[in-house]
Design a protein around this ligand. Structure first.
Ligand SMILES: Cc1cc2nc3c(=O)[nH]c(=O)nc-3n(C[C@H](O)[C@H](O)[C@H](O)COP(=O)(O)OP(=O)(O)OC[C@H]3O[C@@H](n4cnc5c(N)ncnc54)[C@H](O)[C@@H]3O)c2cc1C
Length: 385
């Protein structure tokens, strides 16, 4: 279980760091579409991005509860942890499934910031959420694998040294189970780009640095296979629970950001000769959003505690991500409403966060697929696909 004093001290540290990167900093990046290099470097220098790396590999050796607190505070400060959150959970696949040689090779350098591993290549344009149908292939050729295919929406590729790639090593019709026949690889992006990997940025609604990837006979060393061949779905699946819980924590931070902004504005803004927050029509939506965020946070804590205890947490990870992303989205909409026309002025920093928090109802997994998971795996309803 997390130590409350340590959690609070981590929160204080992150809050202090975030004060150096105020809302104006994030608005500037949203406009210029630049990467928050200074912020990510500061976060790395202070050890926060290496929170989940054990001390023996140079990290801080903390748990998911602490990592959640870090991302929540960044979101609450008005920042966008989406620029770097993946390093926390992508690294986990190396930690849990890598050979000792791979751990020694990568983890200390990720912890020190010498290497960034914050790119995760799963989604494909023609198969989408149907991950086990993905088509990007990895063909063994001597001591190499030859990669061909396409990925889409792969975030932070241009700001990462390493990418975790899920590719097919056995044709789908030869695989015994849906999840069989996929393998996970560590791709050295500095070597790959221009030598079989082409990266094309996607102009998107938020500054998330997502790209299309085209693999054309990219050759990678066979030693970069992570875990067992054909068993890559399990390798990434483990990390997906951590991803869902961490993103849920970001949503909690976003939700608190919106409620905080709404409370301040509703208390200060006077119309008809009184503060708008004096009207229950304005108060109640704020109170409702606060309540939903507090409730979702309990599920995030529960999921993170189970994860930290090494217990199965699939239902809790999924439920926390769904509840938190819905709570933050409702709070975003409420905050827009409370600010009236001024919500649309970029200098109020609400419309940017409104766009950013919307992502988490869709990615890394959409609400429909969480409901489908709960229906089938928790409630035992018939399988729908
Ligand atoms: C900004 C951004 C960043 C991203 N970053 C990454 C990344 O770094 N790495 C990565 O691998 N991916 C990334 N993604 C991809 C993301 O995980 C997918 O977009 C998401 O999983 C949805 O897949 P899709 O877009 O193909 O939607 P689809 O699978 O085409 O689904 C479209 C809609 O139909 C619904 N739907 C489809 N089938 C069913 C069904 N059987 N029952 C009910 N509903 C259904 C879905 O819920 C969804 O609402 C990112 C996406 C975005 C937008």
């Amino acid at each position: 279980m997390a130590d409350p004093e340590q959690l609070e001290s981590i929160r204080r540290g992150v809050r202090a760091l975030c004060q150096e990167f105020d809302e104006q900093y994030w608005l500037g990046l949203d406009t210029s579409r630049d990467y928050p290099t200074k912020f990510v470097s500061a976060l790395t220098r202070e050890g926060y991005l290496a929170a989940l790396i054990p001390e023996e590999y140079g990290g801080s050796g903390l748990g998911l509860r602490e990592a959640c607190a870090i991302l929540e505070e960044i979101s609450f400060s008005g920042g966008h942890p989406g620029a770097c959150h993946a390093q926390m959970y992508v690294m986990g696949s190396v930690l849990r499934h890598g050979s000792e040689a791979q751990k020694q090779q990568y983890l200390p350098k990720i912890a020190s910031g010498e290497l960034r591993m914050q790119s995760f290549g799963v989604t494909e344009p023609s198969t989408g959420t149907d991950t086990t149908s993905l088509k990007t292939s990895a063909r063994r050729d001597g001591d190499q694998y030859i990669i061909n295919g396409q990925k889409v929406w792969i975030s932070r590729v241009q700001h990462s040294d390493l990418m975790l790639l899920l590719a097919r090593t056995k044709p789908k019709h030869e695989s015994t189970r849906k999840t069989d026949g996929l393998s996970t690889f560590i791709v050295d992006l500095n070597q790959a780009v221009g030598n079989g990997l082409t990266v094309r940025p996607i102009d998107s609604m938020i500054n998330h640095h997502s790209c299309e990837l085209f693999f054309d006979d990219l050759s990678i060393p066979a030693e970069n296979l992570l875990g067992q061949e054909h068993n890559g779905f399990r390798v990434v699946m483990d990390g997906m629970n951590a991803e869902r819980i961490l993103i849920a924590a970001e949503c909690i931070g976003d939700g608190r950001f919106f409620v905080d902004k709404a409370v301040k504005y509703a208390s200060e803004r006077e119309v008809f000769g009184r503060a708008i927050g004096q009207n229950q029509g304005v108060q109640f939506p704020i109170a409702r959003c606060h309540t939903a965020i507090q409730a979702a946070d309990l599920m995030v804590e529960k999921a993170a505690d189970l994860f930290d205890q090494g217990q199965s947490c699939g239902p809790e990870a999924n439920m926390s991500k769904m509840l938190a992303s819905e709570a933050s989205w409702n709070a975003a909409d409420m905050c827009m409403e409370v600010h009236g026309g001024f919500a649309f002025a970029r200098e109020y920093h609400i419309e940017r966060k409104f766009r950013e928090t919307r992502l988490y109802r869709t990615a890394p997994i959409s609400t429909n697929f969480i409901l489908s998971y709960i229906a089938e795996h928790v409630l035992g309803l018939p399988r729908s696909f």
